[in-house]
Design a protein around this ligand. Structure first.
Ligand SMILES: Cc1ncc(COP(=O)(O)O)c(C=O)c1O
Length: 523
């Protein structure tokens, strides 16, 4: 399988880095920090955004990232006028409301029976989100009858493409056998064998959501170590279990020092003993363990952060994390709910070469069905076997979900994943060219079949770096694409996904739309 190249340009002495100070307070935090776009546009328009420049060497601006990842940070750029961004956003919101009348009607109707008119708060944005009636392959159709290229693909759950024929076939086979047995079944054993083999783990248990999986993984760690504390990354998202909501997207002015963040606890949480460290910071982790390891059961971390756009681990970071967890008797949990199969045919841990004690899986492993899993080394899963931690669930391993696993196991061959990854790399490198051509203060980041444009002239290595990126341009880019028939995830903290249903034509659409955006923002 072709891996990503190490794209860092060589340091070339002094360069100009543009820096913007205007984006930190504009975004409300709620579950998963979904920006309220329309609400937030107003402060953006009112603020005086005066970009300024300073010089620094490229050497200090560039960090080396893991070699299985893509990040290209150009050495020069020119700031984008904030007034231009504000004007473009205003025009694009006008266009949005003009073209989406049926979505507006649908949203009003849905508001009557569901808070925000949606089934998950993450789906909402102001003034209203697009309402979808059907999806096939790489495209969705909205209630206004528009065909949209889907680059969100269910946050990775639709890796195989909408209504992939193999997924449909396996579901049909399953429906001929029954819906739910709540007993052991060869179908669940078969699915467990496939997952264990593919992800290189000893044992697995199925659940229905990523939230359930991360919660149970933590309980396993607590039972195994007889310690209660949980360590997580500042800005890390692992679902809705109380401890994980702590510092998921904290307001920076209430989160302490960058090197030593204080846990940010919303008033409705009972998180227990929770600790927070910055990503990519080994010295902060060492200090944390030296002081608190006796109380910390586990360190839960996405191996590549995929809830802050894409934040890559520095070269050597995860390896050192592994060593320190062993040294201090802390269970290492890789949350692969987002990475999983989108990182490669065997997941992110195998791709990056670091083995955790436990992993959590969801989204991409199920072919679009509600399915998740936690598993890992037998030594830890024995905690479930010996009853120290019981794991329950009526719908765990239901035959329909197991059909999804069978299907994805058939679909996600090395060859199929390598093809999708090549297309993703092509999109990233062509967008790199456009960034260079238009001197945009941005760079691309990619991992597996996912990618994003990060509106920053320096690499984003942790939550504080992410919060200093230009959310105004990011929002304009998202909306510009949406108005031209491309749907990327609604959170600016997400990324695009090149699924197995995307081909050359879809890559051309993604790249050419970015060129149009570059022209518009520079006009
Ligand atoms: C890394 C990570 N962990 C856990 C979860 C929770 O998964 P679910 O939404 O299935 O509960 C998410 C959801 O986006 C996630 O991104």
């Amino acid at each position: 399988m072709q891996g990503y190249q190490f794209f860092m340009p060589k340091p070339r002495g002094k360069i100009t880095i543009s820096c913007k100070l205007f984006c930190l307070q504009r975004y409300l935090t709620c579950v998963n920090s979904q920006p309220k776009r329309r609400v937030l546009l107003k402060p953006f328009l009112n603020q005086k955004h005066l970009p300024y420049s300073f010089t620094m060497t490229t050497q200090s601006a560039i960090q080396s990232q893991h070699k299985a990842t893509h990040r290209y940070v150009p050495t020069t750029s020119t700031p984008i006028s904030p007034e231009k961004v504000a004007a473009l956003l205003a025009a694009e919101w006008k266009l949005f409301t003009k073209n989406t009348g049926a979505s507006e009607v649908e949203s009003k109707r849905a508001f009557n029976t569901m808070p925000l008119g949606v089934t998950s708060s993450f789906q909402h944005w102001d003034p209203y989100p697009i309402s979808i009636v059907s999806a096939k392959g790489a495209y969705m159709t909205d209630v206004d009858g528009r065909q949209l290229l889907d680059l969100s693909m269910g946050f990775g759950a639709m890796l195989a493409g909408h209504l992939n024929p193999i997924v449909v076939e396996e579901i049909q086979t399953s429906l001929n056998q029954g819906m739910l047995f709540v007993t052991p079944s060869p179908t669940s054993t078969d699915a467990a064998e496939r997952i264990c083999k593919r992800f290189g783990i000893d044992q697995v248990r199925f659940t229905n959501s990523g939230t359930e999986s991360t919660m149970y993984a933590v309980r396993v760690a607590r039972s195994a170590t007889e310690k209660m504390g949980i360590l997580k990354i500042e800005g890390g998202y692992h679902g809705s279990y109380d401890p994980f909501v702590v510092s998921a997207k904290p307001p920076v002015d209430q989160a302490g020092k960058a090197e030593k963040p204080t846990p940010y606890i919303e008033p409705n949480l009972v998180p227990g003993d929770i600790y927070v460290v910055p990503f990519n910071n080994i010295s902060a982790l060492e200090k944390m363990f030296k002081k608190n390891a006796k109380k910390i059961a586990c360190f839960i971390v996405e191996p590549v952060l995929e809830n802050l756009a894409i934040v890559l681990p520095d070269a050597g970071y995860l390896e050192r994390v592994r060593e320190l967890c062993d040294q201090y008797n802390v269970v290492l949990i890789f949350d692969e709910v987002k990475t999983g199969l989108t990182a490669g045919a065997r997941g992110a841990a195998a791709r990056l070469g670091v083995k955790p004690d436990l992993i959590t899986l969801a989204k991409s492993i199920g072919g679009g069905l509600p399915l998740a899993a936690f598993g890992g080394k037998k030594k830890y899963m024995d905690i479930v076997t010996n009853g120290k931690m019981a794991h329950f669930g009526t719908f765990n391993g239901n035959p329909l979900a197991m059909a999804g696993i069978r299907a994805m196991d058939r679909i996600c061959t090395d060859e199929a994943m390598a093809r999708a990854e090549e297309l993703n790399l092509q999109a990233l490198t062509r967008i790199d060219e456009i960034i260079r051509e238009y001197q945009l203060p941005a760079h691309t980041v990619g991992f597996g079949v996912k990618g994003c444009v990060t509106w920053s002239t320096t690499p984003v290595r942790n939550y504080r770096d992410y919060k200093a990126t230009d959310f105004g341009v990011a929002e304009a880019h998202w909306l510009f694409a949406l108005n031209r028939g491309i749907i990327t995830p609604p959170g600016l903290d997400e990324q695009w996904l090149i699924s197995l249903a995307h081909g050359q034509m879809e890559i051309d659409i993604l790249v050419e739309d970015f060129r149009e955006f570059a022209i518009a923002i520079r006009s």
